[in-house]
Design a protein around this ligand. Structure first.
Ligand SMILES: [Zn+2]
Length: 254
């Protein structure tokens, strides 16, 4: 589970229906669509890798990136290069907005606008889509909409229902893989084909070529971040080289 082969199977099913939409804009107003969405937590590299799986199958989706997380720097040169490359290959780029304690809807709207403008400016591309990180029921109920901007949770793409289960028949079927648990069903052939409107949320950090269980996935993620830190120090500090191998050997995460 959670290997790129498993992911390819989901994409294969979506493509076989002929109803897959590459973007929210394309799906807007249709009464028949399947959308894939990615909220990017922890690692831009993992988003980049799953984006390559998609483009190799001639499929596109939307990747939402977060400014205010504490585990990746959206503006690092390396991350910007990967995001630009994804964009050039036809992937859509959006904002993953973290509430960070905000509850007032007007303040939330103002902050979303600010972060979208910042992202557009810094990446030199027009950002017009956003998703919300861990949205509260109040925020979902508010159905936030702006002219010209798409909210992945607006009522066109998400049916708000306080007591949703796997069995609920909602206007939009929503499936999400948060922490390796598919809370509203797995994107099987039946779940994808049996609903007219479908939105699937896949968090790229949980997916790898070989596919790990939740625990080993976190281990592999920590290992990647650790190596990235070692590389960063190595590049900045010419004296670090002599310690470098010792640091790598000293880590038992595999
Ligand atoms: Zn999130």
């Amino acid at each position: 589970m959670f290997s790129f082969d498993d992911y390819r199977e989901i994409i294969r099913i979506i493509k076989s229906t002929g109803r897959g939409c590459n973007s929210y804009r394309e799906a807007l107003g249709k009464d028949d669509f399947i959308l894939m969405r990615h909220d990017v937590e922890y690692s831009v590299k993992r988003a980049y890798d799953i984006a390559k799986v998609e483009t190799s199958m001639d499929f596109r989706s939307t990747f939402f990136f977060q400014w205010t997380n504490n585990s990746y720097n959206l503006l690092s040169k390396r991350n910007q290069d990967m995001i630009r490359d994804m964009h050039e290959r036809g992937q859509n780029i959006g904002l993953h907005f973290a509430l960070n304690g905000l509850t007032d809807i007007d303040l939330i709207k103002a902050q979303i606008k600010k972060e979208i403008d910042l992202l557009s400016n810094m990446l030199d591309m027009e950002i017009t889509e956003f998703s919300i990180h861990r949205p509260s029921p109040d925020v979902l109920r508010a159905n936030i909409k702006f002219p010209g901007i798409i909210n992945a949770y607006q009522d066109d793409f998400f049916t708000f229902n306080e007591n949703t289960t796997d069995e609920s028949k909602l206007e939009v079927k929503y499936m999400s893989d948060a922490n390796h648990i598919w809370r509203y069903g797995y994107p099987t052939e039946d779940n994808i084909k049996g609903n007219k409107k479908v939105q699937i949320l896949v968090h790229p950090f949980g997916w790898t070529k070989q596919g790990y269980d939740n625990y080993d996935n976190y281990r592999s993620l920590v290992r990647e971040k650790y190596e990235e830190m070692i590389d960063s120090i190595d590049k900045e500090c010419k004296d670090f080289g002599e310690y470098r191998d010792g640091f790598i050997d000293g880590v038992t995460l595999k």
